[in-house]
Design a binder for this molecule. Sequence first.
Ligand code: COA
Length: 314
Amino acid sequence: MKIIGTGSALPSLVVTNDMLSEFLDTNHEWIYTRTGISQRRIISDESLVELSVSACKRALEDANLDAGDIDFLICSNVVNHYVTPGLSCVIQGDIEAKCPCIDLNSACSGFIYALSVANAFLNTGNVKNILIVCADELSKIVDWNARDTSILFGDGAAAMIVTRGNNLKSMHLSTTSAVEPLHYQRELESTPYSKKEAFTPLVMNGKDVYKMAVTASIQDINAVMHEANVSQKEVSFYLLHQANVRIMETIREYLGEKEEKFPKNIHKYGNTSSASIPLLIDEMNKNGQLKDGDLLVMSAFGAGFSSGACVMEW
Ligand code: COA
């Protein structure tokens, strides 16, 4: 598998920490020092479908492909307006692709899981080009009165086209069922046979999630580097899920690595769920920061508790 195109799209509304402090008992200093976030993009006038379609079109343009060249579409998503059909089906129609589509919900780890599924499909030999789109609007499930969660997330979409190749050096996925630390339940209708199931707002035990994220990411990074037989000296960049700058710093310090090997954009976008790593890759790609042969270690973690990492050559 190798990456041949990237694209992303973000909501136009920038919501700064100061804007949040107008209706929440919080302030820029608390948010910035605890999370590294200065602002995030939040959907207002545009829809997640529109952002996803723009991200996909930009990735197609970058890969110099048409939608008709796509053989399979994978959408990583936790929340969008449709329960059914899957967001992938809506996007497929809007970009005028004709391929089979699936949605995948591995929360903030979704990009790594989508890469893994894409790799498995490419290895069957039946498909050539796969479009992965990671799109989320977690702003629509957070409780905007809860200062410990609403400050963390941002909305956005990022897409990537992968094709056959030998650039994926290793992949490691891991899931340990732990629902309590991070979950959200939507309301379900009552039936003649059961009562209405209550809605639960987004629940997060920040400290538990923080610890699980650091532990899982370090284990995954060690596993993929060992499997790929790659030393830290050979790694160009560690591309981590942008959840909290302190999580990333703890992992960097554990590895004893330099700051410049851990690119970040969380200060601008907050935690955009599974879109965060492909969004970072798209920025680095468009800024010319990625050179052929660069070794990238990617690592993501999220609700589930799920995590995954891979070593991929650019
Ligand atoms: N502004 C001001 N104060 C806030 C606040 C905010 N936005 N949010 C929480 N606080 C308060 C708390 O109420 C608490 O007050 P108390 O001591 O009077 O009870 C205090 O700040 C400390 O809270 P604490 O929970 O100890 O902070 P923390 O250092 O654990 O940081 C998180 C909180 C959420 C930033 C941190 O736990 C975190 O980032 N966890 C990981 C979350 C994550 O990444 N989730 C997504 C994973 S994909």
